[in-house]
Design a protein around this ligand. Structure first.
Ligand SMILES: C[S@@+](CC[C@H](N)C(=O)[O-])C[C@H]1O[C@@H](n2cnc3c(N)ncnc32)[C@H](O)[C@@H]1O
Length: 224
């Protein structure tokens, strides 16, 4: 079931941001093109995060269905497909999904991935063994992020792996600096979450925080 109110408003803002405002920058950040300074650190932090999530998935995923929820340019989808998984990669941004499909076409595992522009919560995509939300629910306020994880968990058999932005003093100060920037220069609001609150709501398995400068994100496993 789709959610109303804040979720849909935020979803619209996220789609505009990733499909238009930040499309070119995001394409570059997720490529192998050289980047410098802060972007290189963010890229390294995100590589560590993706590798963490992949290390929590089986090495052989033959016959398993995986949803890359908020797939962006599809790096995780491609890695899961290379392990034999049947991958569904969904993103709100048609431009990013088109780029993901273009990049995947170069891989021998391209046939293992179905790409769709749409909402990761759409039940039409069916059931999965695993769902991975890498930095895709970080833009939703706690009630919407928790409701999204519940909806995804309801159609998953083995585990939902997700990341959230932990509420830390450092991240808090970065976000306050961000709020002083002109609107056009801001990334879509990241909504820091309380780890304790997530642990109250869900029975969490493994957890790993990546705390590189300018990239702070924490992975959690929700075993089912
Ligand atoms: C920070 S990017 C991360 C992309 C990718 N997971 C990665 O780590 O490279 C977040 C992505 O989540 C997508 N997203 C956010 N909410 C979504 C939703 N409800 N349905 C589908 N995609 C969503 C955005 O469009 C964006 O591409």
């Amino acid at each position: 079931m789709m959610q109303a109110g804040t979720y849909q408003e935020r979803r619209g803002e996220i789609e505009t941001y990733f499909d238009q405002t930040a499309m070119t920058a995001w394409a570059k950040l997720t490529s192998t093109a050289p980047v410098s300074g802060i972007r290189a650190k963010v890229r390294a932090g995100r590589d560590e995060m993706r590798n963490t999530l992949l290390s929590w998935l089986p090495a052989d995923m033959t016959g398993l269905r995986l949803l890359d929820a908020g797939a962006g340019t599809g790096a995780l989808a491609m890695a899961a497909a290379a392990r034999g998984a049947e991958v569904v990669a969904i993103d709100l941004s048609p431009a990013l999904i088109a780029l993901a499909a273009e990049r995947a076409a170069l891989s021998p595992y391209a046939n293992n991935i179905k790409f769709h522009a749409g909402d990761m919560l759409d039940p039409a995509y069916g059931r999965f063994d695993y769902v991975v939300c890498m930095d895709s629910i970080i833009h939703y306020a706690a009630p919407d992020a928790i409701a999204a994880l519940r909806q995804l968990a309801a159609r998953t058999s083995r585990a939902v792996l997700f990341t959230f932005a932990p509420r830390t003093l450092f991240l808090g100060s970065l976000l306050s600096i961000g709020k002083m920037l002109p609107r056009r220069d801001r990334s879509p609001m990241i909504e820091p979450q309380s780890e304790a609150n997530l642990r109250r709501v869900f029975a969490i398995g493994r957890s790993h925080r990546v705390s590189a400068s300018f990239y702070i994100s924490q992975a959690m496993e929700l075993p089912l």
